[in-house]
Each structure stands twice: as structure tokens, then as C-alpha cells.
Design a binder for this molecule. Structure first.
Ligand code: HEC
Length: 124
């Protein structure tokens, strides 16, 4: 009888330990995901128009006349603040129509990561 209780206790302990290890593993996997937030957001919400290399060479990007972020001139013409506010607040054309939807759900950290990513597109 006693023995049975003891082994049940150690089963519980083992289960608890396994859950703890699993929780740690999934937490660290989540952390790694966090470092590529900008990649994930870019693929999901920006690439369609701005292209995977930031050149704006997609059909939608060409149609909307988006700027080429691989160009040093374009990079120099944009301040960090402009990049962040355009990403968060969107862009309207001269008729007041959205040409780029705002993304109010982005956190400060995600906006900063996207800014770094856009700056990283420069090649010339
Ligand atoms: C529907 C197409 C579309 C999508 C999707 C889109 N953009 Fe834009 N974006 C535009 C257009 C059009 C402009 C204004 C034209 C231009 O580039 O001058 C613009 C402008 C910008 C600007 C301001 C600098 C500039 O080029 O004038 C930034 C920064 C920017 N976009 C980042 C992003 C990010 C980051 C995402 C994803 C969260 C995104 N865009 C998604 C079309 C899009």
C-alpha cells in the first residue's frame, strides 16, 4: 500500500518535471520566433506590394508606384520617424484613399524591427 503511494508520487513528480521541461522548450522556441518577427510580418503583410527584397517590384508594387528601398537615394530621403509612422498609420493618396492600410496592431518592438529590416534592404 505504502509502496503504491510512493510510486504514484514519483509518477506525479516525473509528470510535473516533464511538463516543466516542455514549457521551457516551447518558451525558448517562442523566443526564437520573436527575433524573426519582422520577417514574418513582412511576408504576411508587406511583401505583396514592397516585394521580398524591398524593391517594390511586385505587380501590386509597380501599380501603386512604391519606392525602391534597395536604393540609397530613397533610403536617404526617408527619416526613421517617417518609416515608423507610415508603417503604423498607413498612407493615403491625394484623393484621401488608402494606398497602404494602417497597421495599428503592431507593437513598438515590431515597428522598430520593421524599420531595421527596411534599412537593411539598401544595396547601393
Ligand atoms: C497594398 C500595398 C501595400 C502594402 C500591403 C504595404 N504597403 Fe507600404 N506603401 C505602399 C504604398 C503605395 C506606399 C506609398 C508610396 C510610396 O512608396 O511612396 C507605401 C509607403 C510605405 C512607407 C513610407 C515610405 C515610402 O515608401 O514612402 C513605408 C515605411 C512602408 N510603406 C512600409 C510598409 C510595411 C512595413 C508594410 C507591412 C506592414 C507595408 N508597407 C505594406 C503600399 C503598400
Amino acid at each position: 500500500m505504502r509502496k503504491k503511494t510512493a510510486s504514484r508520487t514519483s509518477d506525479l513528480l516525473r509528470f510535473g518535471l516533464a511538463s516543466l521541461i516542455l514549457a521551457c522548450l516551447s518558451f525558448s522556441a517562442y523566443g526564437q520566433e520573436g527575433t524573426s518577427d519582422a520577417d514574418r510580418i513582412w511576408k504576411k503583410s508587406c511583401r505583396k506590394c514592397h516585394d521580398k527584397d524591398g524593391s517594390g517590384g511586385t505587380p501590386a508594387g509597380k501599380k501603386l508606384n512604391v519606392k525602391d528601398y534597395t536604393s540609397a537615394e530613397v533610403q536617404a530621403s526617408l527619416t526613421d520617424e517617417e518609416i515608423i509612422s507610415a508603417t503604423r498609420d498607413g498612407v493615403k493618396d491625394s484623393d484621401g484613399e488608402w494606398i497602404m492600410e494602417p497597421s495599428p496592431e503592431l507593437t513598438e518592438a515590431e515597428l522598430a524591427a520593421l524599420l531595421a529590416m527596411i534599412r537593411g534592404f539598401a544595396i547601393s
